[in-house]
Design a protein around this ligand. Structure first.
Ligand SMILES: Cc1cc2nc3c(=O)[nH]c(=O)nc-3n(C[C@H](O)[C@H](O)[C@H](O)COP(=O)(O)OP(=O)(O)OC[C@H]3O[C@@H](n4cnc5c(N)ncnc54)[C@H](O)[C@@H]3O)c2cc1C
Ligand code: FES
Length: 256
């Protein structure tokens, strides 16, 4: 496995929304290997277990990756103190990312909430051949719309309460979009209920679909059985590791 661990400088920090932060980290070795959908495992000072955070953007030329995270508990609260000039203890890139087709193929990315960031790197690969459907609880939680648009991606923003963009769920917007176009691949990340529905919609339309699962993690490299998930592969149900075999799986393989 081509992952690395080290202390790397934080070049930039941004506050994207309430309790949501973006860090650009200079780690050329990790940036050189990283693929959209993979994640890094961040050490939290004074804590044994690292915290998994998806890679949101990869800039191999600059030797940087960007990560975006929301404060959920103690670990991410401490990580929110990191600022430009600090050193971050990063292990990565880890896991198995999304399939990248040739960039002239058509891809639709569907993200919900803090599941949106890893899809930015996917959409950037396809540029104008990608459509992004991104959904948030409300305007206050909305992030990254301009980043998708800057990459030339047709972007539909949805909010549950209608305070920004279209009112409603991303799955309604996906069904609408599939009435007029047939992408080669759908990539999704977000809450389990959303992933299940996206997988069902893709199946009805006969479109390949990859989804990123979230599971509690300890080692992050397949050594502790801490992140087991049930997958139906080759007609047989088996237990795989979200950290090593995923986090991205074929939607139809996942036992919801
Ligand atoms: C592959 C992957 C990618 C992720 N990418 C992102 C991202 O890009 N942005 C983001 O904001 N969040 C992301 N998460 C979720 C993030 O890892 C959790 O929010 C974070 O670990 C919570 O830690 P905490 O100490 O703040 O919370 P606490 O609840 O205090 O954590 C306690 C323990 O539970 C584990 N834990 C708690 N919740 C989760 C969870 N949902 N998933 C995994 N472990 C958890 C922690 O590692 C820790 O060991 C990702 C999770 C996975 C598995
Ligand atoms: S977190 Fe240890 S096996 Fe996945």
């Amino acid at each position: 496995m081509a992952y690395q661990q080290g202390l790397y400088p934080v070049l930039q920090k941004e506050n994207l929304a309430k309790n949501i932060f973006s860090l650009t980290i200079y780690c050329p070795g990790i940036a050189a290997e990283a693929q959209p959908g993979q994640f890094v495992h961040l050490r939290v000072p004074a804590h044994i277990l690292r915290r998994p955070i998806s890679i949101a953007e990869i800039d191999r030329k600059q030797g940087t990756i960007r990560i975006i995270y929301e404060i959920r508990g103690e670990g991410t609260k401490i990580l929110a103190d990191l600022k430009a000039g600090d050193m971050a203890d990063v292990l990565g890139p880890l896991g198995h990312g999304y399939t990248l087709l040739d960039s002239d193929k058509k891809c639709v990315v569907v993200g919900g909430g803090i599941g949106v960031p890893p899809l930015l790197a996917v959409a950037e690969h396809y540029g104008a051949n990608a459509s992004a459907i991104i959904g948030f609880r409300s305007a206050q939680a909305a992030i990254l719309e301009n980043d998708f648009k800057k990459a030339g991606v047709r972007t539909v923003l949805c909010t549950d309460d209608g305070t920004m963009g279209q009112k409603g769920f991303v799955t309604n917007a996906l069904e609408k979009l599939l009435q007029s176009e047939t992408p080669d691949l759908i990539c999704a990340c977000g809450p389990m209920v959303m992933l299940r529905k996206v997988t069902e919609i893709a199946k009805v339309h006969g479109i390949a679909c990859e989804i990123s699962l979230e599971e509690r993690m300890a080692c992050g490299v397949g050594a502790c059985l801490g992140c087991a998930c049930r997958i139906n592969r080759n007609g047989k149900e088996c237990v795989l590791h979200v950290c090593k075999d995923g986090p991205v799986f074929q939607g139809e393989e996942v036992v919801f």
